[in-house]
Design a protein around this ligand. Structure first.
Ligand code: NAI
Length: 408
């Protein structure tokens, strides 16, 4: 059973050099018990350190396996200070009643800005001109060099990044067209295209912003590349498997496409010491970047703010909005009542057992919220009592209980 702790006793462990703003936000919310380790900690050493940690902050290199999580007896929440959550055994965390939060859209703007810059660079032939100048050649020409104003931009995948890009590109006078498999509200003057082929045929530049799914693997293959306008440009800052890079190389070498900018690759080096291999290496009309579309200081600051806000909200008030493995509940303040959180295995009869426990104690419920997801159920109750210790004990005794927590 977990009674509420005073904030200074709630222990945060932040690994992997999480952005310093995280500490700033936590301290501003009254959480001062923060320990930092600026590297990733390997599983064995981590298991020894997390026994009394309530909230754990990691980035992408810390592996949180079922075995490691099992050592974190007091763990209440996990913050992934990054976009992905593959490094955490999410099912194991759910079974332990631990929500996992991340910041999926904190770098949206960073990607959109890079892509916009690349579109301008490609349409002016900057990759070749830059490469030539480095080799001592003065490629001063307006041949195949264009303003982006008035040109048509085809966005494939009109989600968070695609829509941001569309708005920015319209600001430069581009005509924005998009294709998505889901019907999306067009922002500004953007034009939807139900057919991808149709979009490819009429775009001066095509930019890809789809997720990595079985359907998007080689979405842009040789046939699709040949459907693009002669002299068009391609940008991919989505996921590496979306484009068939051998087919793209051929389309560029044959001169069907004028140029490309590629930020993501089917196989990427895992460290700065690894050699980067790609069929596009050596082509002077291709801008290659090492998957840095979302890598900016601002994105890191956004991640720090977004993830700490989610952890603070969960600790302060029980809200789980934004959790990736847990029932999502948005909760109001609970002034004048005690809030009790009950995390349980999602089995029939648990809510009835909870309500019986409350009735047996003759406690009035001011509000009750229930949400389930997969194998986990989450009930939050605001109860009108000064002494909830007996109730917590009764809730703890319900067989399906994973965890209980009380907030004042
Ligand atoms: P999102 O989920 O907001 O948008 C994706 C859109 O693609 C959705 O509207 C979806 O309906 C659409 N879509 C899915 N399958 C499609 C298909 N077969 N054809 C057409 N549309 C399809 O995702 P968000 O945040 O905009 O990210 C887009 C991509 O950018 C993702 O692959 C993400 O991993 C990548 N990304 C890359 C970064 C980098 O550093 N280069 C940083 C951040 C995200």
């Amino acid at each position: 059973m977990a009674l509420s702790l005073s904030k200074e006793k709630i222990r945060f462990l932040l690994l992997e050099g999480v952005h310093p703003d995280a500490d700033k936000h936590l301290r501003a919310a009254g959480y001062t018990n923060i320990q930092r380790i600026d590297q990733a900690v390997e599983a064995g050493a981590l298991a020894e350190q997390i026994g009394d940690v309530h909230f754990l902050g990691i980035r992408s290199r810390t592996q949180l396996t079922q075995a490691t999580l099992a050592m974190a007896h007091k763990l209440t929440g996990i913050g992934c200070f990054c976009i992905g959550t593959d490094q955490v055994d999410l099912a194991a965390a759910s079974r332990l009643g631990v929500p996992v939060f991340n910041a999926p859209y904190a770098n949206t703007r960073s990607v959109a800005e890079l892509v916009l810059a690349e579109i301008i660079m490609l349409m002016r032939g900057i990759p070749e001109k830059n490469a030539s100048a480095h080799q001592g050649r003065w490629l001063k020409t307006a041949h195949r060099s264009h303003e982006v104003r008035g040109k048509s931009l085809g966005i494939v995948g009109y989600g968070h990044i695609g829509t941001q890009l569309g708005i920015l590109a319209e600001g430069l006078g581009m005509q924005v067209h998009y294709h998505d498999i889901v019907s999306k509200l067009p922002l500004g003057n953007a034009q939807p295209h139900p057919s991808l082929e149709d979009l490819l045929r009429q775009s001066d530049v095509v930019s890809l912003h789809v997720p990595d799914t079985p359907e998007t693997e080689h979405l842009i293959d040789r046939d699709k590349l040949l459907q693009m306008r002669p002299g068009a440009h391609l940008v991919n800052a989505s996921r590496g498997r979306v484009v068939d890079l051998d087919a793209l190389r051929s389309a560029l070498v044959e001169g069907h496409l004028a140029s490309a900018a590629i930020d993501v690759f089917p196989s990427e080096p895992t460290s700065t010491n690894d050699v980067f291999e790609s069929p596009l290496r050596g082509l002077s009309n291709v801008l290659l970047t090492p998957h840095i579309g979302g890598s900016t200081q601002e994105a890191q600051e956004n991640i720090a703010r977004d993830v700490t806000e989610k952890l603070i909200r969960y600790s302060d008030n029980g809200s789980t909005m934004g959790a990736v493995n847990f029932p999502e509940v948005a909760l109001p303040d609970h002034a004048g009542t005690q809030r009790i959180m009950h995390i349980h295995r999602n089995e029939p009869g648990v809510l009835q057992a909870i309500n019986t426990a409350i009735t047996d104690q003759s406690i009035n419920i001011a509000a009750q919220y229930l949400q389930t997801q997969g194998e986990t159920g989450y009930v939050v109750m605001d109860v009108e009592t000064q002494d909830a210790a007996g109730l917590l004990k009764a809730l703890e005794a319900i067989p399906a209980t994973i965890k209980t927590r009380r907030l004042f």
